[in-house]
Ligand binder design. Structure first.
Ligand code: IPM
Ligand code: MN
Length: 361
């Protein structure tokens, strides 16, 4: 198969980790007889520097003309002072919106060799940890009207509108139920229905959707309780579906349970096959260029690309197995380093995973 991939390296460690994922993709293509072609495009801080805006039109055009998008990370202190629309993050939100990527899949799985890196008690992790957060990605507070103004009493005031319509809730809930069918068959819908109108609507729609999936287990859970249960008993969860802001926060929490934020991949999907794939972590400007970055989340994101956008299931499995193999052999980047393991840098980790790829795994 031939596939066109748009590459957004972005800022900070973005370029380093994307390079390693491309190495892995190319070897996978060789082994399985595919051809991947790449078009690099600008987004984030580097796009502000080079074109004056965080999301150039050309970038959206190239992404739309591609089969999928692989993204590193955007942002950094250099651009932190810009107003909202001129920040690198606005590029990320903009591309998600422009491509209609409403479903963000963030799997969190505790791999055996990293069990020691999980901050939870051994009795808790022994129960296992393998959950999928399905985050609504183009609605809610991140996309509502925003303004900062001085009110009539002279107080500097800011408003972020949080808004959801029925169709937005319905499509993301459907996605979650469909995904649960391919997993352990249990959906936890997370909201704050004791306080928020958007959450009460969310719950009402989620209950309607659930009628179409009698084979899938279901529960509602308040977001504050969910934050607690994730620490207390993460094995309870299979698929968690929730709105944009709650999903952002809970997915960082879940990532830590897997040992490091450097391990968590994500897929952002529209209807159909198209998707954008990126690690959950950010651009880590403090370690950019030092070789300390962990490329595994990006490599696993590339595996998700093969699975969800290209239907290449064996190929995706091969990448995931190569990652397991590297970890089982004791190779670690600094963020997941533990006693008795071999410390490697970003390029070395990418190389070890690439070398470990095989169709027979
Ligand atoms: C994420 C990030 C982004 C988000 C930021 C960088 C805009 O934190 O992908 O989780 O909040 O969605
Ligand atoms: Mn986040």
């Amino acid at each position: 198969m031939e596939k066109k991939i748009a590459l957004i390296h972005g800022d900070g460690i973005g370029p380093e980790i994307v390079d390693e994922a491309v190495k892995v993709l190319n070897k996978t293509a060789d082994i399985f007889g595919h051809k991947f072609t790449y078009t690099p495009v600008l987004m984030g801080g580097i796009a502000i520097d080079e074109t004056g805006v965080p999301l150039p039109e050309e970038t959206v055009k190239v992404c739309k003309a591609s089969d999928s998008v692989l993204l590193g990370a955007v942002g950094g202190p250099k651009w932190d002072k810009g107003e909202g629309k001129m920040r690198p993050e606005a590029g990320l939100l903009g591309i998600r919106g422009a491509l209609g990527l409403y479903a963000n899949l963030r799997p969190a799985k505790l791999l055996k060799p990293l069990a020691g890196a999980c901050p939870l008690k051994k009795e808790t992790t022994e129960q296992g940890l393998d959950l999928l957060i399905v985050r609504e990605l183009i609605g809610g507070a991140y996309f509502g009207d925003k303004r900062t103004f001085t009110d009539d009493k002279g107080h500097l005031t800011a408003i972020d509108e949080m808004k959801y319509s029925d169709f937005e809730v319905e499509r993301i809930c459907r996605k979650a139920f469909e995904l649960a069918r391919k997993r352990r068959g249990f959906v936890t819908s997370v909201d704050k229905a004791n306080v928020l109108d958007t959450s009460r609507l969310w719950r009402e729609i989620a209950h309607k959707v659930k009628e179409d999936y009698p084979d899938i287990g279901y529960e509602d859970m308040l977001v504050d309780n969910t934050a607690m249960q994730l620490i207390r008993n993460p094995a309870h969860f299979d698929v968690i579906v929730t709105e944009n802001l709650f999903g952002d926060i809970l997915s960082d929490e879940a990532s830590m349970l897997t040992g490091s934020l450097g391990m968590l991949p994500s897929a952002s999907l529209a209807d159909g096959e198209f998707g954008l794939y990126e690690p959950v972590h950010g651009s880590a400007p403090d370690i950019a260029g030092t070789g300390k970055a962990n490329p595994i989340a990006t490599i696993l994101s590339a595996a998700m690309m093969l699975r969800f956008s290209f239907g290449m299931l064996s190929e995706a499995d091969a990448i995931e197995k190569a990652v397991d193999k590297a970890l089982n052999a004791g190779y670690r980047t600094a963020d997941i380093m533990s006693e008795g393991c071999k410390l490697v840098n970003c390029t070395e980790m990418g190389g070890i995973i690439t070398d470990g790829l095989s169709a027979e795994n």
